[in-house]
Design a binder for this molecule. Structure first.
Ligand code: NAP
Length: 294
């Protein structure tokens, strides 16, 4: 149980509700900042402003998946107020206070370091990334159906990257009957693609390999779909870029050529906020229990 553990949750979206529910069940004391429009009551949770929080008793700070903006603000879909976490808040916390966030920019990292707070980046954990790849792949299927006029079954699909997202995406489209080829650069990944019953190609050959595809799903966070690659693709091809911003596509060129290309971040929160929230809630609960009983 998390009895006596004080957690401050600042901002976020529908995923935070599952986290509050889980932590409330585990008997944590929860300060909710930026939740003025939240109607549900949760046992042990109280709505507060940043300046009302008893920072000296805080064991953990939970930020949204997107972390903090470069201007130092934190988004909340449950409040119209700007939430600005300041160095003074962090400096008032005890030494063991840990910040849990999806990602962290330099500003957040610097603030945490100056306040001696450990930072846990949830999105860099394999378990979170692999669980999250499931709603991401389902979102990719949804977008493929919405933005093409052919069935996924028998469609020629290229997936770029065989990381945590690429593997789930490739397997999901394969299971729907698509003809899936996967681009990777590492020999062990090319072997894995073959083992999975998919067609491998080296990313050096991306230009040649994409000339006949109906759908290309990119998961590589680097500029792989350059203008020279896009120039050779079929006019009807749909390009779905799942990589983190700015993505891997030359969007200016794809627009000029009239190719349909989309950068779609945050699919888990969009298509399955409850599941995505549960994934985070379970991992966070384990981490907080570990922190509470080292
Ligand atoms: P990952 O496990 O690190 O996989 C990335 C893959 O890209 C690796 O296989 C890596 O291969 C490959 N790669 C990186 N740079 C490359 C390059 N220059 N050329 C060829 N291959 C390269 O990451 P992930 O968890 O699958 O996530 C992939 C991307 O999707 C990330 O940007 C992540 O933020 C994003 N994402 C988006 C959503 C969404 O909703 N849109 C959801 C989850 C994640 P090597 O091993 O050879 O480096």
């Amino acid at each position: 149980m998390l009895t006596g553990i004080h957690v401050v949750m600042i901002g976020g979206d529908a995923r935070q509700l599952e986290i509050i529910r889980k932590l409330s069940t585990l008997d944590a004391k929860i300060s909710l900042v930026g939740f003025t429009q939240l109607d549900d009551g949760f046992i042990g949770a109280s709505k507060q402003d940043l300046d009302e929080v008893m920072w000296e008793s805080v064991d953990a700070i939970l930020l949204p998946i997107g972390g903090m903006s470069t201007e130092g603000t934190i988004n909340s879909v449950f409040s119209n107020k700007t939430l600005a976490l300041e160095a003074n808040h962090l400096k008032a916390t005890p030494d063991h206070c840990t910040i849990y966030t999806g990602i962290a920019n330099d500003r957040l990292k610097r603030m945490a370091e100056q306040a001696n707070c450990d930072t846990v980046l949830l999105m860099e954990r394999d378990d979170v990334a692999i669980y999250n790849s499931i709603p991401t792949a389902e979102g990719a299927v949804m977008l493929a159906i919405q933005h093409t006029d052919i069935t996924i079954h028998q469609a020629k699909i290229a997936v770029l990257g065989l990381g945590r997202v690429g593997m789930t995406v490739a397997r999901t489209f394969q299971a729907l009957g698509a003809k899936v080829k996967v681009g990777a650069r590492d020999s062990h990944l090319l072997a894995r693609i073959t083992e999975m019953g998919l067609t491998p190609f080296h990313t050096d050959d991306t230009k040649k390999e994409l000339t006949d595809v109906d759908l290309c799903i990119n998961t590589i966070p680097a500029k792989v779909l350059t203008s020279s690659v896009l120039a050779e693709m079929q006019q009807h091809a749909f390009i779905l870029d799942l990589a983190s911003k700015p993505g891997g596509v030359d969007f200016a060129y794809s627009e000029k050529r009239g190719l349909k290309a989309m950068l779609v971040p945050g699919l888990p929160g969009m298509v399955a906020p409850k599941t995505a929230g549960k994934i985070l809630a379970n991992v966070l609960a384990d981490l907080l229990l570990e922190q509470a009983q080292p």
